[in-house]
Design a protein around this ligand. Sequence first.
Ligand code: HAM
Length: 417
Amino acid sequence: MFKAPRGLNDILPKDQPAWSYIETQSSATFESFGYRRIDTPVFEESGLYDRSVGQATDIVEKETYRFEDRSGDSMTLRPEGTAGVCRAYLEHGMRVLPQPVRLYSVRMPMFRYDRPQAGRQRQHHQIWAEAIGDAHASVDGEVVEMAWRLLERLGLRDLTLALNSIGDPVCRPDYVAALRGYYQPLLPKLCADCQRRFETNALRLLDCKKASCAPYAEQAPHSIDSLCGECGEHWRQLTQHLKAMGIEYTVKHRLVRGLDYYTRTVFEIVPPEEGAQSTLGGGGRYDGLIEQLGGRPTPGVGFAAGVERILLNLRRQGVAIPDGPSIDAVIVHLGADALTPALSLASDLRRKGLAVVVAPVGKSLKAQMRYAGSRSPSYTLILGEDEVREGAVAVNRMDTGDQQKVPFAQVAEVIST
Ligand code: HAM
């Protein structure tokens, strides 16, 4: 028997209402901020991720699903959404549109080869939003606020917003130099990954989850103390904006995020039960990314949240999720002569906008009634020999037990009310 590949999950019918709930709430929130939906392909040329996410990141180094297509080109299954959106922004000349261009999507599958565990899959899904083309801190504020309001609107409670600024190409080199200066004498005490990060990507030293490295990261110099004038002003405006919007944040000096494209603002939203795989969503500014992809310098800021992690936390917090779509009627039919009228009635009711299922053919009344019960319809419609002859159907209202005989032509009206 085949099984789904490790770390990839089916989204079963019973789970769909919760997924739809997250999607509709997300779309409504994003649209209320003026964002418009875009969907990009599920794989892209590998070079796109090497240049954006960064070759020295865990994602590109260890987690991408890379393959050669039949023409020998290297392709990568999308590990995240921002690179593809920036590629699309450039490819479709969105620079000529009023800026910033506000884009979002929901339930976008992402692929990262990692050790699966609760909250970590090899295929996960994101909801995300990006605002491209405006460098002002108010747009960072808008994105942070939107992420926060969305998680709040979904019903999640006791979340924490962690915020930091990691500067730009003007001030970051000085900060990285200070960081390396601080870590140099500590090198022999660091884990092997950190010793490597010291050479390849020193900022990521702050992000090490190992208990042996964490105390050093805690004592490390803070990036917000090294910001240049412009980055400092941007940070001041962002924090002012968040205060004005009543959004509480915690400055987390160790927050650098796992992708290379960030400049200035970085943020993450975490639930109360914190753990390595708990971050619900995160994002930040990426003012150098579009230029790195071959475009003119164009600022951008955005965020993404994992749908599976949102679901996990909705369940943990006992948030009530609205039920999925229900069936209006199940049609039970008795005898060979009742089948065609039953199918025609179903067809007619569906064209009138109702959800209708015909009970399995060739089963007893009892078995068909049992089936009807299992679908929890609002009505069960019973077609026996008498009814067929009379061109009518016995309409049973399931919540009250009321029963009445109704001519075919009036069934839709009766069960719609
Ligand atoms: P990210 O932090 O890599 O950011 O992923 C965003 C969210 O996706 C995470 O906070 C988490 O909820 C979820 N996630 C990531 N990996 C997994 C996994 N293996 N299993 C389950 N959930 C996962 C980005 O992807 C950036 N593109 C965000 C962004 C948008 N920055 C600017 N614009």
